[in-house]
Design a protein around this ligand. Sequence first.
Ligand code: ATP
Ligand code: MG
Ligand code: MG
Ligand code: MG
Length: 475
Amino acid sequence: PPLSVADIRKSFLDFFESKGHTVVPSSPLVPGNDPTLMFTNSGMVQFKDVFLGTDKRPYVRAASVQACLRAGGKHNDLENVGYTARHHTFFEMLGNWSFGDYFKRESIEWGWELLTQVYGLPPEKLTATVYHEDDEAYDIWTKVIGLPPERVIRINDNKGGKYKSDNFWMMADTGPCGPCSEIFYDHGPHIPGGPPGSPDEDGDRFIEIWNHVFMQFEMHEDGSVTPLPAPCVDTGMGLERLAAILQHVHSNYEIDLFERLIQAASEATGCADLAHPSLKVIADHIRATAFLVSDGVIPSNEGRGYVQRRIIRRAIRHGYKLGQKKPFFHKLVPVLVELMGAAYPRLQAEGRRVEEVLKAEEERFFETLANGMEILDDALIAGRKELPGHVAFKLHDTYGFPLDLTQDVCRERGVTVDVAGFDEAMAAQKAAGRAAGKFKMDKAVDYSGGANVFTGYDELSSASKIIAIYQDGVP
Ligand code: ATP
Ligand code: MG
Ligand code: MG
Ligand code: MG
């Protein structure tokens, strides 16, 4: 039988343990060592200070299965959920690291060995990318591994500038950086999408499974790079994407774990159509929000808590769309704990509290949801292509609809939202409030970001400033 998600976690760690790696547990979704980062969004976050040289570990090789969240920061996949086969908000990243120990050759060779020999993936379905200047990685793929040159793709500086590339990784504007090599799996010509580097690479035919980052330079203020004395390796592979391949399905949402969650979402919402996109969204969002609560994030109107609130309310709205008029979302928690509690002891321990927190937030939002939806439906009159900003703002201000929730509804109906108008309404209300002396405001607040659903904000400090201008959405 195909490997389950649980089998894959174990086999990955066993493999790297056999190659001399120390297995390190997943760190919390709220990074303990980095107040500027909203959420842990990759396996390397807990090792950041090791790469910067300010932390030392008793090992030079490590491996982990890391809980990650890509919502609300610079990496934001919230808008992809329900639309692509490969994106979640919460996902698990399998990773291995070298802290100044092995480098490109071992990383690529072991990666290949694991995929083709341990997991038995057919080599002809795998394609690799390298940074266009990285001849060393190119030669390892073509000469050591023996991949045909047409399946080793050099990726240029495709992000508008030297070293701005999908295949060049930077920790920040300055500091450790270097080329990456990524491995893609071809799900077959019946699925739309082109190979990496092609115009339709964002399709779901060639799915990126494993990123190997080779930290070999230090980036300076002037944009020049110098070699690092002890190059490092940082890799990350999406557990759900690998599981999809090993379980012979195309979408992450069809793997064993999601099959169970979607079944639970179907029971909780009464939607019998197991392929309904809203069930995928609910199944995705229960993981994100339950793990957030278990890591100490409760819904609120600022910072991490507001991202948490946005994800919960989005899930609730999808349930509402399926006919739910009463709290249903929290009912998925026991199933999630059953599925993931053994691998994540904090989730296991906090299960009851998670359920209570989610239920309370549901009760709160259900008070205004139906009325808000009515206003939104009325505003979306036939032929209207853009929702006026003042409507989106009213929904936000009076009915507790985060802007991205309104955008999610509108997107389903082929309508955009006038975000500039939303910002103006927000600014006008703030000015009026200030004139009336009703509340104190931070003068440094930047309105422009308020409606941008946090995209581009990785810093909690700026995100919470922006969020500070939000008034409580529920009267
Ligand atoms: P993509 O291009 O598909 O969005 P990425 O390049 O943003 O992926 P990386 O930052 O390189 O992803 O992360 C390493 C690995 O983590 C990816 O190769 C993929 O397997 C997995 N991964 C990244 N984002 C997600 C996500 N939102 N959901 C599930 N898995 C993900
Ligand atoms: Mg991405
Ligand atoms: Mg990518
Ligand atoms: Mg990548």
